[in-house]
Design a protein around this ligand. Sequence first.
Ligand SMILES: *Cc1c(COP(=O)(O)O)cnc(C)c1O
Length: 430
Amino acid sequence: MSPEAYHFDTLALHAGQSVDATQSRGVPVYRTTSYLFKNTEHAANLFALKELGNIYTRLMNPTTDVLEQRVAQLEGGAASVAFSSGTSAIFSTVVTLAEAGDDIVSATNLYGGTYTQFEAILPKLGIRVQFVDAKDPGSFERAIGPRTRALYIETIGNPVLDFTDVQAVARVAHDHGLPLIVDGTFTTPYLLRSIEHGADIVINSLTKWMGGHGSAIGGIVTDAGRFDWNGGRHPLFSEPDANYHGLRWATDLPEPLAPLAFALRLRTVPLRNLGACVSPDNSWIFLQGLETLPVRMARHCANAQRVAEHLAAHPQVAWVRYPGLKDDPSYALASRYLHNGFGGMVVFGVKGGYEAAVRLIDRIELFSHLANVGDAKSLILHPASTSHSQLTEEQQRASGLTPDLIRLSIGLEYPDDIITALDEALATAG
Ligand SMILES: *Cc1c(COP(=O)(O)O)cnc(C)c1O
């Protein structure tokens, strides 16, 4: 059996590692900043991209390389580039394909930090972001202008876990010669390989389920390797790059590298010169997490499904959103795409509104009250009084966030214990 034929669970354990001269079974951590050149010709070739190899850990590192190859195979992509955070992975992706005067078209229902980056930071650098409704692929089409460089979506959105029709948005993107960027953090490649549905670039925050233990911050970008950057919409790829000896990324790379134009420019321009590199130690932590991604995700999904069904029948609960509930507005779409479960996030409204929500959070045992998702432990947050408290109630409601909304990231605890913790807190919150 050839390694290419391995199933996802097998790749999660083995992909990307070739056992080295030490015969070390675990992936070694290469804690080094730099690498010896064999001679001056070797050094010159590395800098001119005539030969690929290690120069400096800001650009590449053997431990991080295993992580990048493993994620590329799990996503079914051509190459991946790791970053110090999901946030820096997103920023680096955008500035690889857009510059001042350009714009991208993005869904509105984004992770909060991404929304702020798109709404407040990118425009100050001259990159406009046009926000559209993720539920309406036509709204992406209507927003595309002459200097649009990409479309951007998340698979499962914020705050109410609406599922996005990846294929429909990909079709709009490709009809207009644009790449589709997908943030797949909430699904991970175990639940959804967006590249199979038309995504050209997939971003994951490794901080969440892929790392899976709430112990390190990181992000990774995967290039499907099939977008035509010479289609007329991407001068950063089709015009000579003054910083790389006049290289035209879309047309001048030698054959084996040609499909990797985006991943190479991402590594050699923003990663190299803006510098948001992951540490080799964190790459090792993410590799450790990825080994168990399939078994963990299966359990996250089973536990979340059980919690969502329990809450839906609970007298103290006003409403529940989980894409795996049969009467959820996202169920029909999500069940067309997701065959291994519907993710680890559940949101619900508690009867009694804001006050009851705050009381519930203060009383709940077992759940950790903090601002993260995708930990092995169950997490809880009341966005209205924390992450979104700077917005007015009207602004909150406009983004789908109601005062009674409680966000759960369901962990790997024994399911009955999770349910009991919720029941006890609900009994005293109302
Ligand atoms: C957490 C998260 C990010 C940002 O990732 P960091 O690693 O925290 O910088 C981006 N998108 C989504 C969907 C996330 O959940």
